[in-house]
Design a binder for this molecule. Structure first.
Ligand code: FE2
Ligand code: FE2
Length: 252
């Protein structure tokens, strides 16, 4: 089957949808919600990163952070372009998105200001990694315009994640760098539960529907389990410990 055909769910084997007009109502309404949340995370993370542009510890860190900010703005722009294809309602959603400030975003992870450099690194290592899982879930999306954006976005997210991981490593091993193993562990303990929450409710009806409609490849809980296995090993490789999966969680 070519990449132009839907791979799974109730529309399997038919040609992917190319325009909003072709979408069944329940499909269009769920897709708009998902694009909105995705765009919201992109613009929110720009707000969170910006103050660290000045406070990043080295010129290299300033440079990579600037790239990350540029990427996240581009991701937000991509999502707003997709939303605007839905006409008037899409335009209104974009306006609402652009007016949001820290504290007003949909997901908790994006309403928290970074209190130190460890937080910046743990956020990019763990929260951006959730973003990567979400984008991978959209890779075969039955809405072709969204699927086509994934390869570039995925590559960019990989850079963000690598930056976060290397940052944590330097915090732990390099005495000239801010923080130490204890403060890195504290940042991990804070951000991992927030990252696990980002996958959404275990029994989410929308997550089931998104898989059925071929928008996403996997349901929330399947992705969360896979993510957790990955980050347990990742924390071990840094000499840190991932908090238990149910610790300090708000969304179950
Ligand atoms: Fe992003
Ligand atoms: Fe990112």
């Amino acid at each position: 089957m070519s990449t132009r055909h839907i791979k799974q769910g109730k529309y399997a084997k038919i040609r992917k949808f190319e325009t909003p007009d072709e979408l069944p109502d329940e499909y269009a309404s769920l897709l708009k919600k998902m694009l909105f949340v995705q765009a919201d995370t992109e613009f929110a993370s720009v707000q969170q990163h910006l103050e660290w542009q000045e406070n990043a510890p080295t010129p290299e860190d300033k440079w990579v952070l600037a790239r990350i900010v540029a990427d996240e703005v581009r991701h937000g722009l991509t999502m707003t372009r997709l939303l605007k294809q839905f006409g008037e309602e899409g335009e209104q959603m974009v306006e609402k998105l652009l007016a949001r400030k820290i504290g007003e975003h949909t997901l908790e992870s994006f309403n928290i200001e970074f209190e130190n450099w460890e937080s910046v690194c743990a956020f990019t290592c763990f929260v951006d990694r959730v973003g990567l899982y979400q984008l991978e879930a959209f890779q075969e999306c039955s809405y072709a315009p969204l699927a086509r954006e994934m390869p570039l976005m995925l590559n960019e997210e990989k850079l963000h994640i690598g930056f976060g991981y290397n940052g944590l490593k330097k915090i732990i091993t390099d005495d000239n760098y801010p923080g130490n193993k204890e403060t890195a562990q504290a940042a991990v303990d804070f951000w991992v539960p927030r990252a696990l929450d980002m996958f959404g409710h275990k029994e989410s009806k929308n997550s089931k529907l998104a898989v059925e409609l071929g928008i996403k490849r996997w349901e929330n809980e399947e992705m969360r389990q896979r993510y957790y296995q990955e980050i347990v090993e990742l924390c071990n490789s840094l000499g840190l410990v991932a908090p238990p999966m149910d610790k300090d969680r708000h969304i179950l």
